[in-house]
Design a protein around this ligand. Structure first.
Ligand code: UDP
Ligand code: MG
Length: 144
C-alpha cells in the first residue's frame, strides 16, 4: 500500500493580502491533502533569502525576496499519498498564464512572480523545506 508523504506549501503574501488564504486551504483539503502543521509568519530578508537560496544567481532573486517579505505568508506541512507530485499538479505552472484550468495558480495568482503559492519540487527539498519552518515535534512521526 502506498504510504502518505509530506510536502511544504506556502500561501504567499499576495494571496494572504488578497484574503484568499482560506479558499486555498479549502482547495488543498478538497484535493486530498491533510494539514499537519501551519504557521502565519512574516519572513525576514535573511529567512526568505535562505529559503530560496537555490535561486540566488537568478535575475528574479532580489524581487522574489522582496515579495516574500512584503507581508505575512502561511507555510504548511501537507500530507498525502505522493504529496510532492500531487501538490505540484494542484498548484499548476509557475506562470498563471500557463497554469491548467482549476489549479490554484490559475484561480488565484496575479503573475509569474506573485503567484499565490509555493510547493516543494522533490522529496529531498520537501524534507528540507518542512524542516525550515517546523520542528520535528510539530510533524512528529510523519517522516516514516
Ligand atoms: N519567479 C519569478 N520569475 C521567474 C521565475 C520565478 O518571479 O521568472 C518566482 C516565482 O514566485 C516562483 C519562484 O520565483 O514561484 C520560484 O521559482 P521556481 O522556478 O522554483 O517556480 P515554482 O517552483 O514556484 O513553480
Ligand atoms: Mg520551485
Amino acid at each position: 500500500m502506498p504510504s502518505p508523504s509530506l510536502t511544504l506549501a506556502i500561501v504567499k503574501p499576495d494571496a494572504v493580502a488578497a484574503g484568499n488564504t482560506g479558499k486555498i486551504v479549502a482547495h488543498l483539503e478538497q484535493a486530498g491533502f491533510t494539514l499537519r502543521a501551519a504557521s502565519l509568519v512574516r519572513l525576514s530578508p535573511a529567512e526568505a533569502g535562505a529559503f530560496y537560496a537555490v535561486h540566488r544567481e537568478r535575475p528574479f532573486y532580489a524581487g522574489l525576496v522582496e515579495f516574500m517579505t512584503s507581508g505575512p505568508c502561511l507555510p504548511m506541512a501537507l500530507e498525502r499519498e505522493d504529496a510532492v507530485a500531487q501538490l505540484r499538479t494542484a498548484i499548476g505552472a509557475t506562470d498563471p498564464a500557463e497554469a491548467a484550468p482549476g489549479t490554484i495558480r490559475k484561480l488565484y495568482a496575479e503573475s509569474k512572480g506573485k503567484n499565490a503559492i509555493h510547493a516543494s519540487d522533490s522529496d529531498e527539498n520537501a524534507r528540507r523545506e518542512v524542516g525550515f519552518f517546523f520542528s520535528e515535534g510539530e510533524v512528529a512521526g510523519l517522516w516514516g
